[in-house]
Write a protein that binds this ligand. Structure first.
Ligand code: ZN
Length: 196
């Protein structure tokens, strides 16, 4: 089932999300619905708060980036393989010189901006069977995970922009909250007027 994606301005996107217990009700169904929702919107990642649940869960499938012929073969291989469910993750290490990449977000459509992030992370997480993992990711793969991880900490990529950039985007962000945008997927807007 395709779920509506929560738009910028909804308080659920600002929550520090809660750990998920193994007996969380209907988790398999939720994960299935999140994959469907993400692919329907042509996203490479989706975090639980984006569908209205403040829990520590996100999905990543970076394989569309693997098509980019300008990337090195090794990086393309890493991107092709990265299809995962991350439950109760913690980024335990983040290192290297920050680099910029033009990011977007399914909750903030029509806005894309350069965001600086460190190129290498070590993350501990549980998979959909609550099996523990510790893995290292670099480059674009790390970036997709960092973006989704920020979501479960209540952080959005627009928070990481300069104060000038933020001021310039203010009007556009307000329009998104009100639903005054054209999008191809189902969304839920916090300030949309009812009854129209
Ligand atoms: Zn996002």
């Amino acid at each position: 089932m395709i779920l509506p994606i929560v738009a910028y301005g909804d308080p659920v996107l600002r929550k520090k999300c809660k750990e998920i217990p193994e007996d969380y009700p209907k988790l398999d169904e939720l994960i299935e619905n999140m994959w469907e929702t993400m692919y329907n919107a042509f996203g490479v990642g989706l975090a639980a708060p984006q569908i209205g649940r403040p829990i520590r869960l996100f999905l990543v499938d970076s394989s569309p980036f693997a098509e980019d012929e300008e990337l090195q073969l090794q990086e393309r291989e890493e991107l092709k393989k990265l299809k995962r469910v991350f439950i109760n993750p913690t980024i335990v290490e983040e290192e290297g010189d920050e680099w910029a990449f033009n990011e977007g977000c399914l909750s903030i459509p029509e806005i894309r901006e350069d965001v600086f992030r460190k190129p290498k992370i070590v993350i501990e997480y549980q998979d959909e069977n609550f099996k523990e993992h510790r893995e290292t990711f670099t480059g674009l793969a790390a970036r997709v995970i960092q973006h989704e991880y920020d979501h479960i900490e209540g952080i959005l990529f627009t928070d990481k922009l300069s104060s000038l950039k933020k001021r310039l985007l203010k009007g556009k962000l307000a329009s998104i909250s009100k639903g005054k945008i054209k999008i191809e997927y189902k969304m839920r807007f916090p300030e949309m007027k009812k009854g129209r």
